[in-house]
Design a protein around this ligand. Structure first.
Ligand SMILES: [Zn+2]
Ligand SMILES: [Zn+2]
Length: 119
């Protein structure tokens, strides 16, 4: 499988959490075959999984699904509008750029703290 952004090889990412991810060897982008459910399950351990630095490929448009080569749909996180990710129109999975998973997890954490302190 090749990275939908930089076309380098993506390898299954070994982790102790049982989360299905493939990771690009070059830009460190992450492919979640389980889609947003996979992303959610990876949030608590984001720092262990998302170790790359954003390669600046966020603005890339019209990328194709690494599995079915179909068009990917540009999604914007409903809470964090600067986080944009790509989802296969046929549901093969979701692609996140390096750094975006950590970004998402930190937001989730802040929200939780706010709920606790009532902020
Ligand atoms: Zn890549
Ligand atoms: Zn697809």
């Amino acid at each position: 499988m090749n990275c939908p952004k930089c076309k380098s090889t993506m390898q299954p990412h070994e982790n102790n959490y049982g989360i299905k991810i493939s990771k690009c060897g070059a830009c460190k982008g992450m492919w979640f075959p389980d889609g947003s459910a996979g992303v959610k399950s990876a949030l608590p351990v984001a720092k262990d999984i998302d170790t790359g630095v954003n390669a600046g490929l966020d603005e890339m448009k019209n990328i194709n699904c690494p599995e079915c080569s179909g068009s990917m749909i540009d999604m914007v996180d409903s809470k964090q509008h600067h986080i944009r990710f790509e989802s296969c129109g046929k549901g093969c999975g979701v692609f996140l750029d390096a750094g975006e998973l950590v970004d998402l997890s930190e937001y989730t954490l802040i929200e939780r703290v706010k709920q606790v302190i009532g902020g």
